[in-house]
Design a protein around this ligand. Structure first.
Ligand SMILES: C[S@@+](CC[C@H](N)C(=O)[O-])C[C@H]1O[C@@H](n2cnc3c(N)ncnc32)[C@H](O)[C@@H]1O
Length: 280
């Protein structure tokens, strides 16, 4: 009797370990059944989302047909400590309209951060692909490799892993220039250093890569955003003013978007590359 009681107590003592083993086995089984692209949350779900996120996502989701899966990935991203400084609804809805309304298929972004604009741009490209059957791609560049690695996880979780190629490095690095040497783009979105001299170099390198009839867009091109220049040299706006003063011959048209004509105080800029006129 005493021996039986002792065995029972011993079994009970092992029960938590047994239960843990069963739970681990169940988790391993469900993980192996999950779709290959599924990425579990990387953030504490109890961590409050960045306050800007609620405004941005509710605004954007109303316009853009992002899947529930993509919205869940954004929700997770909003709890990322690096989620700050992302693009705003005004510029993202413009880019979305330019891509989807004109069936554009090739996009380059400078400045990935943790992937917020990346998910929206990829979503617009995905819609184009769904409708036209075209192959679509977004190349995105960032010098902060750890943040960009997190962006890749969110983009996979959103279901856009096949569309996006991530490039680690500065937009002005020779290795990035070499990697993108043979590429041209329908849309280039610049949201990177915000520094005047870097932006001038980026325009020099990347404007020639815009296809005829394509667009180059800049975030933070308003006069207020000149303060975002870490070197206080005048920011994106000064670089654009200088570029425009040179009157590039292949610039068809441009628009500076800032208050009171533009909802976001940081402003934006949109340049259209001239296309050869049709000869009858
Ligand atoms: C404002 S954040 C980009 C936000 C992103 N577009 C979004 O909406 O989620 C700027 C990013 O540009 C990166 N960056 C700064 N200078 C860069 C450069 N010269 N080349 C590439 N990335 C750069 C920073 O590491 C940062 O992640």
């Amino acid at each position: 009797m005493l021996r039986k009681t002792f065995k029972l107590l011993n079994d009970l003592r092992r029960l938590p370990t047994l239960l843990e083993n069963v739970a681990n086995a169940a988790n391993a089984a469900s993980a192996s059944q999950a779709p290959a692209s599924f990425t579990p949350s990387v953030n504490d779900p109890n961590r409050a989302p960045n306050p800007f996120y609620r405004v941005t996502v509710s605004h954007l989701s109303a316009f853009m047909g992002l899947s529930e899966r993509a919205k869940a990935a954004l929700d997770d991203m909003s709890r990322d400590e690096g989620f700050s400084g992302n693009a705003d609804p005004s510029i993202l809805s413009l880019i979305d309209a330019l891509i989807s309304g004109n069936a554009k298929t090739r996009v380059l972004q400078l400045g990935t951060l943790v992937g917020f604009s990346t998910v929206f741009v990829a979503g617009a490209l995905q819609r184009v692909s769904n409708v036209t059957g075209s192959s679509v791609r977004l190349d995105t560049v960032d010098c902060d490799a750890p943040k960009q690695a997190r962006a890749a996880r969110y983009v996979n979780a959103a279901g856009f892993g096949d569309i996006v190629r991530f490039h680690d490095g500065f937009s002005t690095d020779q290795k990035i220039i070499d990697r993108l040497r043979d590429e041209t783009y329908d849309v280039i979105f610049i949201d990177s250093s915000h520094n005047y001299s870097q932006t001038l170099i980026e325009i020099d390198i990347y404007w020639p890569k815009v296809r005829p009839g394509g667009y180059m867009l800049f975030h933070d091109a308003g006069s207020v955003a000149a303060n975002y220049d870490p070197q206080k040299e005048g920011g994106v706006r000064k670089a654009l003013d200088e570029w425009l003063a040179k009157r590039p011959t292949d610039l068809h048209s441009h628009m500076l978007l800032e208050p009171p004509y533009w909802a976001n105080p940081c402003g934006a800029f949109w340049a259209v590359k001239a296309a050869p006129t049709a000869v009858s």
